[in-house]
Design a binder for this molecule. Structure first.
Ligand SMILES: [Zn+2]
Length: 173
């Protein structure tokens, strides 16, 4: 198992070794390919070139998801949407134009053996402990990085809870 941190992942990508990166691990159970799920190689390369902070965020997110995985008894987690480039995000009819997915600070996911509703019931307790926000959807669960930590990241700009209220009706923090 090859583990790559954000700097290493970027360096491999810029050398042309993107396939190695996609197969390598961020944490024990989450790979780089999973946090870039559905994204094309050219989108990922462009992200590595111009938004390197996204890679740091994705590492934080994967670690957070790893903790949630333990919290629910090590069930498998399938990330259905991770980082999204601005253009792709804005092409989605239901996505907020200020979505944290653009910063690599939100994942949509499903848990093996649990319906989204059951997952969300489990997620409430975890979210309260860690100060994160989440969104309910009939077919997946959305989680964004714990606000308390996100606020310390300089790359998160001009987005406050206030400005996001419209986008997050189910905001719990
Ligand atoms: Zn989402």
């Amino acid at each position: 198992m090859l583990f790559l941190n954000s700097k290493e992942a970027i360096s491999y990508i810029l050398k042309g070794d993107i396939e190695i990166v996609k197969k390598s691990n961020i944490t024990l159970n989450f790979k780089w390919g999973e946090v870039f799920v559905h994204r094309t190689n050219s989108e990922i390369i462009s992200c590595a070139k111009s938004q390197s902070y996204v890679f740091d965020h994705l590492v934080l997110m994967a670690n957070f998801m790893q903790q949630f995985r333990a919290y629910i008894g090590n069930k498998g987690i399938n990330i259905t949407s991770g980082w999204r480039g601005v253009d792709f995000n804005n092409s989605l009819p239901d996505a907020s134009s200020t979505s944290y997915h653009i910063d690599g600070l939100a994942f949509d996911f499903n848990v093996s053996g649990l319906t989204p509703r059951q997952t969300q019931k489990n997620f409430v307790g975890f979210a309260k402990q860690h100060g994160c926000e989440w969104g309910k959807n009939i077919s997946f669960t959305h989680m964004s990085y714990p606000q308390v930590l996100a606020n310390t990241l300089k790359t998160i700009t001009k987005r406050s809870k206030v400005s996001r209220n419209g986008a997050f009706e189910e905001f719990i923090y």
